[in-house]
Design a binder for this molecule. Structure first.
Ligand SMILES: [Zn+2]
Length: 198
């Protein structure tokens, strides 16, 4: 598995070069930086760094990511089975290109206006989780209860083949017992659904 994500670096209010990207701020000031997309291994070690590609001024992260994928495929062919993307890459033409190279993908979905998100969340809200388990708390933190829903065959993303959607909800178990005897839970984060193509 490998992740592809975008980062900004060399940020400066003073120095700029011809390849810099100007970033205006609310207070009227402008900073200059460079952007690039990186591909790096995730999961068990070794977490290899596979490559990067600059995002040129005026173009989006997906444009640079397509160049990166072309380069990765030329040099390493099928170097991973699955590529992970954040919500900025949830664009049908980009993801179709990923599939054409033969890579599976997992992409985070944050836009609740997307039909496939509404479809999946509507379905999952009406049923119990498909899997449920407790993760041991790390470094003195309370354990976390994980609930996961998944289903496949969602066709409500225009321009995409049928997709699998996974949704995970995590609840920190505080360990304090409430008056009624149930564990008092504190929800600290709702995940965003992710789409998986295979
Ligand atoms: Zn520069």
């Amino acid at each position: 598995m490998a992740a592809v994500d975008g980062t900004h670096f060399f940020t400066s209010a003073l120095h700029k070069c011809e390849h810099c990207r100007a970033q205006p701020h609310r207070d009227g000031s402008i900073t200059y930086d460079h952007a690039a997309v990186f591909c790096h291994g995730v999961g068990p070690a070794p977490r290899l760094f596979w490559g990067y590609e600059p995002v040129h001024p005026g173009e989006g992260e997906t444009t640079a990511a397509l160049r990166l994928l072309a380069w990765l495929y030329t040099h390493f062919k099928h170097f991973v089975d699955v590529l992970l993307f954040d919500a900025g890459f949830a664009k049908a033409p980009f993801l179709r290109a990923v599939r054409r190279y033969g890579y599976h993908f997992v992409v985070r979905l944050e836009d609740e206006r997307m039909l496939i998100v509404q479809d999946a969340m509507g379905l999952f809200a009406r049923r119990r989780p498909d899997r449920q388990w407790v993760e041991v708390g790390r470094r003195g933190k309370p354990p976390v209860e994980v609930k996961a829903w998944e289903d496949e065959g969602f066709t409500s993303w225009e321009g995409m083949p049928p997709l699998r959607v996974v949704y995970v909800e995590e609840t920190e178990l505080s360990g304090r017992r409430a008056v009624n005897g149930h564990l008092k839970n504190r929800t600290f984060g709702h995940g965003n659904p992710a789409v998986v193509a295979r």
